[in-house]
Design a protein. Structure first.
Length: 271
């Protein structure tokens, strides 16, 4: 079956304004799917959509919705009610602050849990049932190595990414034999605009034109996603993420947490 026949006619990509999300949308369009682009910034989404349409000829739709806001899922579902969504990509949910849990208001953590846990669960529940009914479809959930074990400055973020990882794995167990491919894609450090801004603010790189040290290229992440789409439930992207997972599995949970805390402290001290 051709890719567009199996996963089309529309894909919904959350976090599509830049970085991995926009690259995933571009690749889906190149493979023949129309793409609904979901993120907060309307002007940026319009630019991404125009570029994708010009290069691939597919239809696009933009959804400027803040996924951390109450009722976000309902807005997304309403805005796509007339579309047959055969592919869902959820790669929203980065933590731009990387700060201690008690240094900010509780609402910061609540927003992360809303965006990283509640919304993807709600969207999967809505869009997966028609996929099962059709006997075809695909879901990619983006996770993070931060979910392997708890660490400082990413209390809510790491916990939310642990949720995403287990959620994708569990969903795979229920859907993979019903014609729906589910993949949890676990990323390590990735060269995105958000990471460049964060490292520049922290003095780790001289400008946002500089690639962060040791960060995986976005193109490599996208290639891994499509190469492993039918090989779920989980894909660890890059040798550093794979090595970290092996290390975490070889030690006790307590030691894993201590190791991450020491590594974060050392990295912060070096900056």
């Amino acid at each position: 079956m051709e890719f567009a026949d199996k996963y089309g006619p529309w894909a919904l990509v959350a976090g599509a304004s830049d970085g991995v999300g926009s690259a995933m949308a571009e690749e889906l369009a190149r493979r023949g799917l129309n793409v609904a682009l979901l993120a907060r910034r309307q002007a940026v989404l319009d630019d991404v959509a125009a570029g994708i349409s010009a290069r691939t000829g597919v239809q696009t739709r933009t959804l400027a919705i803040d996924l951390a806001a109450p009722g976000a899922s309902d807005q997304v579902i309403s805005a796509t009610a007339d579309l047959e969504i055969g592919f869902l990509v959820y790669c929203a949910g980065a933590d731009p602050k990387f700060a201690p849990f008690l240094s900010g208001p509780l609402s910061d953590a609540e927003s992360l849990v809303q965006r990283n846990c509640m919304v993807p669960m709600q969207l999967c529940h809505h869009y997966a049932q028609p996929m099962v009914d059709r006997g075809r479809g695909g879901i990619i959930m983006f996770g993070s190595g931060a979910g392997f074990a708890g660490g400082p400055n990413m209390v809510a973020y790491g916990a939310s990414k642990a949720f995403d990882m287990v959620f994708a794995e569990a969903l795979w167990t229920e859907l993979h034999d019903k014609g729906v491919d589910v993949l949890g894609l676990i990323l390590g450090k990735t060269d995105t605009p958000a990471l460049r801004r964060l490292e520049h603010e922290r003095g780790q790189i001289e400008s946002t034109d500089q690639a962060p040290s040791g960060a995986a290229a976005v193109d490599d992440v996208v290639a891994a996603a499509f190469a492993n789409l039918t090989e779920g439930p989980t894909c660890l992207v890059g040798p550093e993420t794979q090595a970290a997972a092996q290390l975490m599995a070889s030690v006790s949970r307590n030691d894993a947490v201590r190791f991450i805390a020491q590594a974060v402290t050392a990295a912060m001290g070096a900056n």
